[in-house]
Design a protein. Structure first.
Length: 284
């Protein structure tokens, strides 16, 4: 019987969850291919024993080259961890379409293209695990995050369909749904909100509060409920080593509370809760 490859390919390893996951898995003895757009951002991972690859999830040629490299050396990508992604916030009306497209290219289309490329190898060996990083934002929607939430809802839907379609080939599909995690994610989101609109924007007050809410979720009083990136990495390790992993892993108390609340309240009640946190944009 041919040897089954359990080589791990992780996207978005320059910082945050991807970096923490690569370090944890390499330390545990896994063969880890850590990827990012620039090799220079991953030197610490190389020193820790990870194999380093350039991979831009928005570039199909880059995706194909990375998968081909792993398959040439290992036979197949045994574990794919689709971590690359970012948050782009702001009022629907003000977010440029170029940014909307970039958000979907990074968070959804890149994930999809990479998944499609590794599946034949997983099917051939009759074993594989695909871990898709979603968010509590894939199960609920907060004002100002419409497009980010849309990408994570898409990840949830793709994952649910894929789980059924590939389970007969010995492939598990796992969704990880973190709440606030202490990474550069919040800084990126705040910067993108700050770049929107102008002094006469009808959303000016809303954007100011949105930036504050994002900052508070990571640095303010609510920040004490945020987890560090290694908490997510630990869950990912559990998922890929389990013989029968759960279909979903929810991380942080905030995620459990918010997702539970959204599950039980109706749309109007949810809107009422949101009005206690955000000003309602309106004509003056």
């Amino acid at each position: 019987m041919a040897t089954i490859s359990k080589a791990v390919l992780i996207t978005g390893c320059s910082t945050g969850i991807g970096r923490a996951t690569a370090l944890r898995l390499a330390k545990a003895g896994h063969t880890v291919y850590a990827t990012a757009r620039k090799l220079g951002t991953m030197q610490e991972l190389g020193a820790a024993g990870c194999k380093l690859l350039e991979l831009d999830v928005c570039d199909e040629a880059s995706i194909r080259a990375a998968v081909a490299k792993v398959e040439a050396e290992q036979g197949a990508v045994g574990v794919l961890i689709n971590n690359a992604g970012y948050g782009s916030e702001g009022p629907i009306e003000e977010v440029p379409m170029s940014e909307v497209r970039r958000q979907f290219e990074t968070n959804v289309f890149g994930l999809t293209a990479l998944t499609k490329l590794v599946l034949p190898g997983m099917r051939r060996q009759g074993w594989g695990k695909i871990v898709n990083l979603s968010s509590m934002g894939g199960r609920l929607t907060l004002p100002g995050g419409g497009f980010y939430h849309a990408t994570k809802y898409a990840v949830e839907a793709i994952s649910d369909a894929l789980r059924f379609e590939v389970q007969g080939f010995g492939i598990d599909v796992v969704i990880v749904e973190p709440g606030p995690i202490k990474t550069e994610f919040g800084d990126t989101a705040i910067a993108r909100v700050a770049a929107l609109g102008g002094p006469d924007s009808p959303y000016k007050e809303f954007r100011t509060v949105l930036q504050r809410q994002i900052r508070d979720a990571y640095e303010g009083p609510l920040g004490r409920f945020a987890a560090d990136a290694d908490a997510v990495a630990k869950v990912i390790e559990t998922a890929i080593t389990a013989s029968r992993p759960r279909t979903r892993y929810v991380i942080t108390l905030a995620a459990h509370v918010m997702m539970g609340l959204r599950r039980w309240v109706g749309d109007r009640a949810w809107d009422a809760v949101m009005r206690t946190q955000f000003p309602t944009p309106k004509s003056v």
